[in-house]
Design a protein around this ligand. Structure first.
Ligand code: SAH
Length: 365
């Protein structure tokens, strides 16, 4: 199976001291204390009130000092924060403990609140031709703590900068393929929807369509029922294969069959699927392409289509012109399909979808 090409790509393990989760390491560090100290320390890590162990005054000074010496408050060090000129997007560049660079984005959303976009891998193995992240390939998966700590950093940054509004949404649309890092992503979802208090329907995991991961979700009691978005980008398999080389033979039919099982597994109406469709000029935006998309969407049942404009990378592609985008939207809507157009944010700081490459484009702080 071609899927194995992706599953077999190198996933170098984490640095040795990151193999165990932070929650476990806190437990080990405080094993001589009464059990509720561990609980208190874990609660403190997720609380918006503290910025370091030294501030957690409910713990004794000795415990605080031990934690400070043994458990980093945040696994990532922040290298830079770039702000878009419109002040609606901020990109944070981080360094992992083993010296890799990853990026996350904080965006003001339609309701005036905020969405955090997290990365799940250093690089990506999917090699979608329009995306900058995949160019250098995959270096490694991020740990659950590294995924969660992107959010914690941006939450604290937003609070310290007195940004008006709360972080209500999380999208797994940064660097990497979330379903290729299944266990860490699932664990991060547990923390986001639990101690970090984000609603299940306000979290979207976007996938290039890794069928093994999609199948696993269906029967996994530990997978929180968050929203799923599939980067479809072409209704025709041959076209999709050209722009998304991870496309396996029979992908479209397998995805339709999967979506039916998904609808059975998650029958609530609000559990619709989203199909993302990046409009590329001359590639997937002809009248015939959109007709194929309509036919396919009908096979899916409860689905929404999110039309995405191309954010410039050095791929050589061009986004569809605004008239074509409007025509696509009208055609889909006329067919009774719910369509949204993704507003691009952060293009001026290379923070938009597909532009995250872990590079520091301008200043450092
Ligand atoms: N690997 C996951 C999530 C990361 S990318 C996935 O493929 O879904 C998040 C979204 O941005 C995906 O829909 C992806 O196809 C899209 N994207 C990638 N490059 C883009 C670009 N240059 N312009 C606009 N969207 C892009």
């Amino acid at each position: 199976m071609t899927v194995s090409v992706i599953d077999a790509s190198p996933h170098p393990s984490y640095p040795p001291d990151m193999e165990e989760s932070r929650e476990k390491r806190i437990g080990t560090s405080l094993s001589n204390e009464r059990a509720f100290r561990t609980k208190q320390a874990i609660e403190a890590i997720y609380s918006p009130r503290f910025r370091s162990w030294s501030e957690v005054s409910s713990l004794s000074k000795a415990v605080r000092e031990r934690l400070e010496a043994e458990i980093p408050w945040n696994t990532l060090s922040n290298v830079a924060v770039l702000s878009s000129t419109r002040k609606d997007a901020w990109k944070a560049l981080f360094e992992t403990p083993d010296g890799n660079r990853i990026e996350s984005v904080l965006m003001r959303n339609r309701r005036g609140q905020f969405t955090v976009c997290v990365s799940t891998q250093v690089g990506c193995a999917m090699k979608c031709v329009f995306c900058a992240t995949g160019k250098p390939g995959l270096t490694r998966n991020l740990s659950c703590d590294e995924i969660v700590d992107q959010f914690r950093f941006l939450r604290d940054m937003a609070a310290d900068a007195n940004l008006d509004g709360e972080i209500t949404n999380i999208v797994f649309m940064g660097m990497g393929e979330p379903l290729a890092n299944y266990v860490a992503v699932r664990e991060a979802l547990r923390i986001f929807t639990g101690p970090l208090g984000i609603g299940m329907t306000r979290i979207t995991v976007s996938t290039a369509g890794l069928l093994s991961g999609l199948d696993r979700i269906l029967s996994d009691p530990l997978w929180p029922p968050v929203r799923i978005a599939i980067s479809l980008h072409a209704a025709d398999e041959a076209v999709r294969k050209k722009i998304m080389p991870s496309t396996v033979p029979g992908f479209i039919d397998s995805l339709v069959a999967w979506s039916q099982k998904y609808a059975e597994a998650f029958p609530e109406k609000r559990r619709h699927l989203t199909l993302e469709y990046l409009l590329l000029s001359g590639v997937n935006d002809s009248t015939q392409d959109i007709r194929k998309l309509v036919d396919l969407a009908r096979r899916f049942g409860r689905v929404r289509i999110n039309l995405i404009s191309y954010n410039t990378t050095d791929s050589g592609f061009m986004g569809s012109d605004p008239d074509t985008v409007r025509r696509c939207k009208d055609t889909l809507e006329a067919a009774g399909i719910i369509v949204t157009i993704r507003k691009s944010q952060g293009g001026d700081i290379a923070a938009a979808c597909g532009q995250l490459a872990g590079k520091n484009h301008s200043q450092t702080s």
